[in-house]
Design a protein around this ligand. Sequence first.
Ligand code: GDP
Ligand code: MG
Length: 175
Amino acid sequence: MARPGNKIIQAKLVLLGDMGTGKTSLVLRFVKGQFLDHQEPTIGAAFFTQILSLTEATVKFDIWDTAGQERYHSLAPMYYRGAAAAVVVYDISSKDTFTRAKKWVEELQRQGNSKLVMALVANKSDLEPKREVETEEGEQFAQENGMFYIETSAKTAENINELFYEIAKRLAKAF
Ligand code: GDP
Ligand code: MG
């Protein structure tokens, strides 16, 4: 519930990153608290809403999950238009997905919204034995691009709420 005097922020959030990195799983963990070992590839429109209440604001997220377009590595402008936050996801057990995450960030930078809150998400942290991307690499890239960095696991739920709370906090500051 919004308190009197508490700001209400409606924020569009877009998810970017290669297929299979866990974008849909992250959202389902956050919105529904569930995880599927065999998450079906997203087909068609995937749109979710979730509300987070902070002391300083109530943030209503409109979450746009990519629906297979990420395969072609180009998304329609309407996908980004009006976005307040962007979450770029890679899989720590796949160097290729990190390389592609960098491309997504370049594409985001080209959109030219300097106020965009951007998160670099190193997902599947539960796959530590298979890690191909070191924490420092992710952190450094995030820092160079004005993003915050976080390691998550949609499987174990590690840092999922923290990810969205951090975004909400930054939005509350920016609005
Ligand atoms: P998307 O294509 O980016 O939306 O990725 P999905 O959410 O469909 O996930 C792709 C596959 O990775 C599915 O089999 C998920 O169960 C699995 N997956 C997603 N997140 C995690 C995670 O944090 N850890 C592990 N081990 N598997 C995950
Ligand atoms: Mg998906």
